[in-house]
Write a protein that binds this ligand. Structure first.
Ligand code: ADP
Length: 814
C-alpha cells in the first residue's frame, strides 16, 4: 500500500490507518512510450515478417481510454492488405508444416519465454491501449497469454502421438475483440501454430498495439516470415478477411451479431469455423454460501475489466433468505472500489474502451431506470477526463427486463432472487446465451447437482472468471461453438488427414429421388392371397415413439435399382419436422439415462437388428441392387457399428484438468439435447446407423432424416426401435426430400447441433440457415466417406461431434 498521495495532502499516519485511504501508485509508462516512439508512433501491417504500409495509405488513431489521448496511428487494412497477408501465410505454410512438431514446439516455447522477458512492456502497452488496470494486465493478461504459449508448445510437441491421423487445417483467419487483446491473440495464435497452421490475425480497432508488439517479439525469436501476419483495421477489415477465399479456417471472438454474419459469410466454403460470442452469465448464490466470499466474487465477476468480459457474471441470482444481507454487503463494498487511471496500481476499475461503448452502457442503464428498477451507484464520482462509468447494481429486476436479457458489456449487474435450486436453474437458463455460470454454496452435493443442469460452457464453483490454457473455454447456445484451450481447443485447428482425399459425389449419386415431386397415386404390393388386395404397408414417420402419418398425407414412390418401384415413403414437410423436434425436445428420459443404460439399449438394438437380418438384406437388395453378399455385409456392418457405440457409451468420458490455484477442473462431455442428423444417400442402413448410434450413445435426442432414395432401410428400423427399450422421442425419423427437410431443421431454434451428409449445396444451406440460433454444424461439403472404413465411418470423431465440453471448476482447500 502506498500512502504517498495521502500524506502529501497532509494526512497523519493515524488518519491514514483509520480511513485506509490509498494514494495513487502509478506504474511508469516510459518503456511503452519509448517503444511507440521507436516506431514513430505509427504502425503499418505486419505481413511476411515485416511492417508494411497499407495499400490505401490510410491510418487511424488508437487512443488511451483513460484520457482520450492519441497513442499511435495504425493502418486501416482493406481487401488488398488482407490478400497480401493471406498470400504470405499461404507461402509460409509448407515450410512451417515440414518443420514438424518439435521444430514448431521450439518456436512456441521461445515465444512464451520472450513474452515473459517483455512482460512489463506488454502489460503497460495493454493497460494504455485498453484502459484496464495495470494490476490486471500485469497479473492476469500477460501471464495467462504466456501460459497459453507454453501449454501449446506442449501440444505441438505431442501432436503426432496425441492427434494421430489429424493434420493442420491450413491458413487461419482470426478476428479478436478489444477486451483482452493480448490474451485473445494467444488463445487464437498458440493453438493455430501448434497444429501446424499459419495465421492472419486482425486485432480490434480500439486495441491493436499489443498484437503489433507481439509481432515484433515474434520477429525477434525468428519465427519464419509469413507464419504470423497481423492486419489492423476496423470491422471492414474483419469482413475483408472473412471474405478472403484463401482461408481454411475462421476463428472469431466478438459480438453475437457479427458472429452470425460470419456464419453466413462462410457458409458452404468448406471452412472450419469457431465462434466465441456474447454472454449474460448467471452468478448464483445459495443461502449456505460464504457471503463475504460471494461479495468478492461479484466484484471479480462484474467489475473485473470494467465488466467488459463476455463471461462476466452480470445476472446475480440470490436465494431469497440471504438476498438482503448480500446486497447490503455488496453496496458497502461498492463504496470502497476505486476507479481511475489504468496505470495506477491501486485502482480496481479502469476506463471504458470507447465513447460508443460508454453510450451503450448509459442507454441501457437509463432504460433500466425508466422501467422502474432500483439502481445503486456509489457516492464517489468517476474521473472526468476519460471514458469512465461507475459500478452499478440494479435490484429486484424482472427476468424478462431488457437489462436482464441484453448483454450490457459494462460494470452493471442486475440482481433477482429465487427460492429453490430448481428455480435458480430455471432463471439461470432463461437466456439466449450460455457462456459461463458461477455457483456459490458450501454444499458440494448441491454445486455438483446444479452445474450439469446449467446451459453454459464453463461453470465456476465458488470462484469466477478463472481461466487456464489446459481447460477449454467456449459457449452453449448463442454464445457460440467451439472451444479454446485444452485438447478440445486443438481439434478446432485440425482435420482428419483422410478428409482432403475424399472423393466428391457424382451428380447422379446426389439426384433427388425420382418422382418425389409428384403425388403418388399409390402402388399396391402384390397380394400374397389371391383374390384379395394387398394390405397397405406404406411406412409412416416415427415421431415421439409413434408411427405417424405425414402432415400432408403425401407419399412418394421409392424406386430401386433399374427403375423398379420398391414401395412408398411418406413425404415429410416442415410441420412434420417441427413435430419431430418438439418430441425430441420434450423427451428428457434418454438424456437422463445412465451411460450403462444407453449401452444396454444399443446392444438390444443390435440384437433385434440381427434377428431381422434376412429381412433387411432383402430390403437393401431391392433398394440398392446390391447382391446378396453386399447386402449381408451392410447389415452385418450396421450391427457391428451398434456394438461399437454400445461399447463407447460408457467409455468416451471427460477428463480432470489439474488447473492452477488449487482447482480441479472437470471437463464433462455433455450431449447437445436435440441433435439433427441428415444421413447420406449411399449405404442407406449403415450410413444411417453410423450417425444415429453415436448421437444416441452420448445421450442426444435425435431427429433423423434418412436417405431420400432409399428411406425404407431406415423406416424398417421402427420395429427394431419399438422392441428395444428406446424411450419415446429419443429417435424421431422424418422421410422425404432430404435437402428440403435439412433446411427446415437448420433453421429450427430447438435444434442445438446438426450433421449433414449430402451435397455441397445442401451443406451450404445447412451452414447458412444455422445462423439463427448459431447451432453447431458438421457437414461434408459434398464429399463421400467410406462408411465401411472404421477410420472414416466410426469412432472418436463422431463422438466428439456428438458432445460439447463443459468445464466445471471446483476449488479445494480451506
Ligand atoms: P465488440 O462488441 O466486442 O466490439 P464486435 O463483434 O463488434 O464486438 O468486434 C469484434 C471484432 O470483430 C473486432 O475486431 C471488429 O473489428 C471485428 N468486426 C466487426 N465487424 C465485423 C464484420 N462485419 N466482419 C468481421 N469482423 C468484424
Amino acid at each position: 500500500m502506498s500512502v504517498k498521495g495521502s500524506s502529501s495532502k497532509g494526512a497523519s499516519v493515524r488518519e491514514i490507518f483509520s480511513t485506509m485511504e490509498y494514494g495513487p501508485a502509478p506504474e511508469a509508462d516510459d518503456v511503452a512510450r519509448d517503444w511507440l516512439k521507436r516506431h514513430g508512433n505509427r504502425f503499418g501491417h505486419y505481413i511476411g515478417g515485416r511492417f508494411t504500409e497499407p495499400v490505401s495509405g490510410e491510418y487511424f488513431a488508437t487512443q488511451h481510454p483513460g484520457d482520450a489521448s492519441e497513442l499511435a496511428q495504425v493502418a486501416q487494412g482493406d481487401e488488398a492488405d488482407v490478400a497480401a497477408a493471406v498470400a504470405a501465410a499461404k507461402e509460409a505454410l509448407p515450410a512451417w508444416q515440414q518443420l514438424g512438431p518439435h521444430g514448431r514446439a521450439r518456436y512456441l516455447y521461445a515465444l512464451a519465454r520472450h513474452m515473459q522477458k517483455h512482460a512489463r512492456l506488454l502489460a503497460v502497452v495493454e493497460a494504455l491501449d485498453n484502459g484496464k488496470p495495470i494490476r490486471e494486465t500485469r497479473d492476469l493478461d500477460v501471464p495467462l497469454a504466456a501460459r497459453h504459449f507454453y501449454h501449446h508448445a506442449g501440444w505441438a510437441q505431442l501432436l503426432e502421438s496425441e492427434f494421430a491421423g489429424y493434420e493442420g487445417v491450413g491458413v487461419c483467419g482470426q478476428i479478436i475483440p478489444w477486451n483482452f487483446p493480448l490474451l485473445m491473440l494467444s488463445w487464437k495464435v498458440a493453438p493455430a501454430l501448434a497444429a501446424g497452421n499459419t495465421v492472419v490475425l486482425k486485432p480490434a480497432e480500439f486495441t491493436p498495439l499489443s498484437a503489433l508488439l507481439f509481432a515484433e517479439l515474434a520477429s525477434e525469436v525468428g519465427l519464419p516470415a509469413g507464419v504470423l501476419n497481423i492486419v489492423t483495421g476496423d470491422g471492414r477489415t474483419g469482413a475483408a478477411l472473412v471474405g478472403n477465399e484463401g482461408l481454411d479456417k475462421v476463428a472469431f471472438t466478438g459480438s453475437t451479431e457479427v458472429g452470425r454474419s460470419i456464419r453466413k459469410a462462410t457458409a458452404g466454403r468448406g471452412l472450419k469455423l469457431s465462434l466465441e460470442l456474447g454472454g449474460k452469465s448467471p452468478f448464483i448464490v445459495f443461502d449456505d454460501a460464504d457471503i463475504d466470499g460471494a461479495v468478492e466474487g461479484v466484484v471479480d465477476a462484474i467489475w473485473f475489466n470494467q465488466g467488459q468480459v463476455c463471461c462476466a457474471g452480470s445476472r446475480l441470482l440470490v436465494q431469497e433468505s440471504v438476498a438482503q444481507r448480500l446486497e447490503a454487503k455488496l453496496i458497502e463494498r461498492m463504496e470502497k472500489l476505486r476507479e481511475g487511471p489504468s496505470l495506477d496500481k491501486s485502482i480496481d476499475i479502469g476506463a471504458i474502451i470507447a465513447p460508443v461503448q460508454l453510450s451503450k452502457i448509459e442507454r441501457l442503464v437509463q432504460q433500466g431506470r425508466d422501467e422502474g428498477y432500483a439502481c445503486f451507484q456509489p457516492s464517489w464520482s468517476v474521473p472526468k477526463d476519460g471514458w469512465y462509468y461507475p459500478p452499478t447494481l440494479f435490484s429486484n429486476v424482472s427476468p424478462a427486463a431488457t437489462i436482464a436479457q441484453e448483454e450490457i458489456f459494462g460494470p452493471v449487474i442486475v440482481s433477482m432472487t429465487f427460492r429453490t435450486p430448481e428455480e435458480a436453474v430455471e432463471l439461470a437458463n432463461d437466456s439466449r446465451y450460455g457462456l459461463a455460470a458461477s455457483v456459490w454454496t458450501e454444499n458440494v452435493n448441491l454445486a455438483l447437482d446444479v452445474a450439469p443442469k446449467l446451459k453454459a460452457g464453463v461453470v465456476w464453483v465458488n470462484c469466477t472468471n478463472v481461466f487456464d490454457a489446459a481447460a477449454g473455454f467456449g459457449g452453449y447456445r448463442e454464445s457460440g461453438f467451439g472451444r479454446e484451450g485444452g485438447r478440445e481447443g486443438m481439434y478446432e485447428y485440425l482435420k482428419p488427414s483422410f478428409v482432403p482425399g475424399l472423393p466428391k459425389y457424382s451428380s447422379e449419386e446426389l439426384a433427388a429421388p425420382a418422382g418425389a415431386d409428384e403425388l403418388d397415386a399409390g402402388v399396391r404390393e402384390s397380394s400374397a392371397t389371391p383374390g384379395l388386395p394387398a394390405i397397405d404397408r406404406t411406412p409412416k414417420l416415427f415421431i415421439g415413439g409413434k408411427q405417424k402419418r405425414p402432415d400432408g398425407n403425401y407419399v412418394y414412390p421409392v424406386v430401386g435399382e433399374g427403375g423398379k418401384r420398391v414401395g412408398q415413403a411418406p413425404l415429410g414437410n416442415r410441420k412434420d419436422v417441427r413435430d419431430a423436434v418438439e418430441a425430441a425436445d420434450k423427451s428428457a428420459a434418454w438424456t437422463k439415462n445412465t451411460a450403462h443404460g444407453r449401452a444396454q439399449v444399443l446392444y438390444y438394438l443390435a440384437e433385434n437388428l440381427s434377428l431381422r437380418a434376412p429381412e433387411f438384406e432383402e430390403r437393401l437388395r431391392a433398394l440398392t441392387g446390391a447382391d446378396r453378399k453386399a447386402a449381408e455385409r451392410e447389415v452385418h456392418a450396421s450391427i457391428a457399428r451398434l456394438f461399437s457405440y454400445a461399447a463407447w457409451a460408457d467409455k468416451y468420458d471427460g477428463s480432470v484438468h489439474p488447473t492452477p490455484m488449487r482447482n480441479v477442473t472437470l471437463a464433462m462431455n455433455e450431449p447437445w439435447d436435440v441433435l439433427a442428423v441428415v444421413a447420406p444417400e449411399e449405404a442407406p442402413l449403415l450410413g444411417f446407423v453410423s450417425l444415429v448410434a453415436p448421437a444416441l450413445a452420448m445421450g442426444n435426442r435425435v431427429v433423423a432424416v434418412p436417405s431420400s432414395k432409399a428411406p425404407l432401410a431406415a423406416t424398417d428400423l421402427y420395429q427394431v426401435f419399438e422392441t428395444s427399450d428406446l424411450p419415446a422421442g429419443a429417435v424421431n425419423i422424418v422421410t422425404g426430400v432430404k435437402d428440403e427437410l435439412a433446411g427446415v431443421l437448420a433453421k429450427h431454434d430447438a435444434v442445438q447441433a446438426m450433421w449433414y451428409f449430402g451435397s455441397r449445396e445442401g451443406s451450404e444451406v445447412v451452414e447458412r440457415e444455422s445462423a439463427g440460433n448459431l447451432k453447431a454444424t458438421w457437414v461434408n461439403f459434398g464429399r463421400k466417406r467410406d462408411w465401411y472404413d472404421p477410420v472414416q465411418g466410426e469412432g472418436r470423431e463422431f463422438l466428439r461431434h456428438a458432445t460439447r465440453v463443459k468445464n466445471i471448476w471446483v476449488p479445494y482447500g480451506e
